[in-house]
Design a protein around this ligand. Sequence first.
Ligand SMILES: *Cc1c(COP(=O)(O)O)cnc(C)c1O
Length: 416
Amino acid sequence: MKTKASETGDRRDVSRKKAEKFRQYAVDYLDAKKSVPTGFDLAPTFEKRKELIKAKFGASEEDWLNWKWQLSNRFSDVSALEQIFSLSAKQKEDFSRIQAEFRWAFTPYFASLMDHEDESCPVRKQMLPDIREMAMTGVADFSGEEYSSPVENLVRWYPDRVAVHVTNVCAGFCRHCLRRRKIGEVDKATPKDNIGEILDYLRANPEIRDVLLTGGDPFTFSTEKLDELLSALDEIEHIEIKRIGSRAPIVLPQRVDEELCEMLSKHHPLFVNVQVNHPKELTADSARALDLLSRAGIPLHNQSVLMRGINDSPVIIKALGHELLKVRVRPYYLYHCQGTIGIEHFRTPVETGIEILEELRGYTTGLGIPSYIITPPGFGKTPLGPEYQISSGDGYVLLRNWEGIVYRYENPRPVD
Ligand SMILES: *Cc1c(COP(=O)(O)O)cnc(C)c1O
C-alpha cells in the first residue's frame, strides 16, 4: 500500500499532538514528585543523624556496620529514644504505656532515616508508637491465620503453597504489623520441634510446590541456621520454589553481606520479597543490600502496605515504583491495610488503592505497578483494581483505555 506525502504529514501532525498531551501528563507528575524526596536525596541528613546516634551510643563505624550490633542495640525504650528524638512529656508517658501492650523496637540505622523532630515523617510513623494504637480497635488475627494453620506456624490458604513463620524476631516492629499478636514480649525463633512438624507436613503433602518463609524476619537467623532450613526444604523434591519475606534489606541492610548471599545462591530457585512503603526508605545502604541479593541471582519483589498519611497518594506510590525499578526490585503487591488491632489510624477506604492504581496504569510502565490486594479474614488475597471493561454485547466488548477513552473491541469467535 502506497502512502501519499500529504497523508504522512497528517499522521505526523496527529502523532505530534498526542505526544504533546503525553508529555504534559509526565510534566505534571515530575512537578508533584518534587515533594517526595527519596532516601538518596536525603543522604547528607541521614549521615549527620547517623553520626549523632553513633556518638550517643559510643559506637564505632565497625559497630554500625555490624548487623548484630544493630539488632542488639535496637531502640526499644523511652530512655534511649529521648536521647535522639524530641519528645514531649506526654509522648514519653504514652510510649511507655503502649510498650506494655504492643512492643516496639527499631534499629539505629532505621532511626537515622527518621526525622527526629517532624512527626509526619513517613519512616518515623512506621516505627514510633502512636497513642491511637491504644484505641484497641480491630482484631488480633484479622486475616484469620490461626484458623488456617494445620500445623502451628504454618499457614495454608491455597492449593499449592504455604507460608511458614520461622521466628518472631524483626529488625523493626512495624506499627502496622499484621502479626503483632505474634511479636510477644521477647525475641523467639520457632522451636526446633515445631520446625520438625512443619517439615513433616511439607513432606507429607506433595502438592505443595512453593514455600514462603516469613516471620518475623528469616534474615534475623544466622547464615548457618537459615542454610540448614533451606537445605531441608531443598531435600523435599516436590518443593519447586522457595520464597523469603524480609524487611532486613530495608531496616537492617547490614545483614545482607557476601557470606549470606553466597549461601542463598546455593538454594535456587529462591525469591526474596521485601517491604518498602515510601521512597525515603531507599538509601545507598539498602541499594547495596538489594544489589548483592540481585547479583546472587535472586529475583526481588516488593510488598507495600497502603497507609494513611504515609503513602496514600498516587505520586508517592508511582515514585516508589520508579525508585524500586532503579534498584531492580519489582513492585508486587500493595496491600489494603488490614483491620489488625490498634492500627485503625493507618487504614484508608478501599477506594483509595483503586484510585491510586487508576493513576498509575498507562501513566507508567506495568513493571512499576503492583497488584492491589485485600485480605479478608480467612479467605486469602483478593485483587482489586480499576475496571477497564464497561460492558459487553453480541460479538463485542466495550472497553476504556487508561485515559478513559471508550472503544468497542470486536470479540473474536473461534474459527475452525
Ligand atoms: C501471601 C501468602 C501467600 C503467597 O501468596 P502469593 O499470592 O502466591 O504471593 C501464601 N500463603 C499465605 C498464607 C499468604 O499469606
